[in-house]
Write a protein that binds this ligand. Structure first.
Ligand code: GDP
Ligand code: GDP
Length: 441
């Protein structure tokens, strides 16, 4: 599973600044998914080939009451779900009572944590660190989030601590694993949209053979199975398997597990409740899926028992709100009755095929040449942007690397034009495409 790094610290120490550095998107995904998380932010980042999830816990000071204490509780949940906690303090301000209260909280959590001394651009870091020695948190990372100083080294260190050193072998191992288990499907969606019903339905199909999970515990969130001789693995964020244990209460919806499933999947099935239509939280999730570059299939669930005019209204709304992701296949299903559930596989298989297809340099470059002939890139400072050739980079999502001159000046609209052209000519459905530019001057 993708490691989760939680940022904690009192207000104003620089958590959001660090969060923005660590995550890919400028405006962080404020995943208000469960409707509870008013100020917790989730984002995704990558160091080399290693993805990670960052949670900005929004700040706890240790003495909250009322609504603040509910939020503090959320922060504590985030801490529990994290693999590692980065405890930020302000080198300039020195140790405060709030820092000490948070430290006391953390000591009780039985978690791996590190002290992070931020704003070291403003003071002598070693001297500042002495001030925090009483916390007994050991050696601190010294960073200046605002300039990015020390951030890369810190994350490298932290990821190595969680997952061991990065080697070429560990990457190969991963792909071997992928092959063995087939297509990894993440079923995600808001609470109550019907995820567990769908997981049960998918696994309950007559043609499905669920493998005994040799070597894995029953608690595993991975459920490998075979359907028509083809391998799949469901990533069970709904906790269906664990719910089976009689005495256990259904798990609470977990944003972190959802984000991990998205990161970890090849294809994400986003489940939406037809009766509520597409809501903001669905779009947040979808935003995260695209940000992560995952292939996606949209399942509009609870289609049973809806009136014709209601259905018409929902379809109109879907067309409008999902226009920005017109490459994703949409299925109207009933997980409860099984209607259309089997058809999901057609789109899952298609999306996976498109996301992992081998694209030849020749073919890609020919498409690029045609596209730039029909519609030339613009002039910048009296010189035309030149795009010369391209080749495929990583898969899932398919990445196209275009070489040329002044490529950093390519306008967003032109990039979109190229992306749409590649998509159309190559008939790529169900997955975002990444375009990267390399300038030769
Ligand atoms: P948060 O409340 O913990 O999320 O803190 P913010 O990220 O909003 O930062 C609070 C203030 O500290 C902002 O004005 C930041 O610009 C500033 N800040 C954050 N990191 C640094 C840093 O490394 N150096 C300096 N000098 N200021 C910083
Ligand atoms: P989860 O929280 O996303 O895992 O949602 P559940 O699978 O627990 O379903 C939430 C509720 O919606 C339950 O009462 C289900 O019986 C109901 N439900 C799930 N799928 C359907 C469906 O296709 N049609 C209808 N009418 N109800 C459904």
């Amino acid at each position: 599973m993708v490691p989760v790094i939680a940022l904690v610290g009192r207000p104003n120490v620089g958590k959001s600044t660090l969060f923005n550095r660590l995550t890919r998107s400028r405006d962080a995904l404020v995943a208000n998914v469960a409707g509870l998380t008013r100020d917790r932010k989730y984002g995704e980042g990558r160091m080399g080939s290693r993805p990670y999830i960052v949670v900005d816990t929004g700040g706890i000071s240790g003495d909250e009451e009322g609504i603040d204490s509910a939020m503090a509780e959320q922060s504590l949940t985030a801490i529990q779900e994290a693999d590692i906690v980065l405890f930020l303090v302000d080198a300039r301000a020195g140790l405060t009572a709030a820092d000490e209260m948070i430290a006391a909280h953390l000591r009780k959590q039985n978690k791996q944590y590190h002290l992070v001394l931020n704003k070291t651009d403003t003071v002598d870091a070693d001297q500042a660190e002495a001030d925090f020695a009483v916390l007994g948190f050991g050696e601190a990372f010294h960073i200046a989030a605002v300039h990015g100083r020390g951030v890369k080294g810190m994350i490298e260190g932290v990821l190595e601590e969680i997952m061991g050193p990065e080697t070429e072998e560990s990457e190969e191992d991963e792909s071997e694993e992928d092959k063995a288990r087939g297509i990894k499907i993440g079923i995600v969606g808001r609470p109550n949209v019907g995820k567990s019903t769908l997981v049960n339905r998918l696994l309950g199909e007559e043609r499905v053979v669920v493998y005994d999970q040799a070597g894995t515990t029953r608690d595993s969130v991975y459920i490998p199975y075979e359907r028509f001789g083809k391998d799949y693995t469901l990533i069970d964020t709904a906790g269906v398997r664990r719910r089976g244990k009689v005495h256990e209460v259904a798990e609470k919806f977990s944003v972190i597990k959802t984000l991990q499933a998205i990161e970890d999947a090849n294809v994400v099935v986003l489940v939406v409740d037809a009766r509520e239509g597409i809501v903001e939280q669905d779009l947040h999730l979808l935003g995260f899926v695209l940000e992560a570059g995952r292939a996606v299939v949209i399942a509009i669930n609870k289609w049973d028992g809806m009136k014709e005019e209601e259905r018409k209204k929902v379809k109109e709304e879907l067309g409008r709100r999902l226009e920005f992701i017109n490459f994703a296949r949409i299925h109207m299903i009933s997980a409860k009755h099984g209607t259309n559930v089997g058809h999901l596989y057609e789109s899952i298989d298609e999306a996976y095929e498109c996301a992992t297809r081998k694209l030849s340099t020749n073919q890609l470059t020919r498409i690029l040449e045609d596209a730039t002939k029909i519609h030339q890139p613009p002039m910048v400072r009296n010189r035309r942007i030149k795009l010369r050739y391209c080749h495929a980079g990583a898969m899932n999502p398919p990445t196209i690397i275009i070489h040329g001159n002044q490529t950093e000046e390519v306008p967003a609209a032109y990039k979109r034009y190229l992306e749409n052209t590649f998509r159309k000519v190559l008939k790529i459905m169900g997955t975002p495409i990444r375009i990267e530019f390399r300038s030769s001057e």
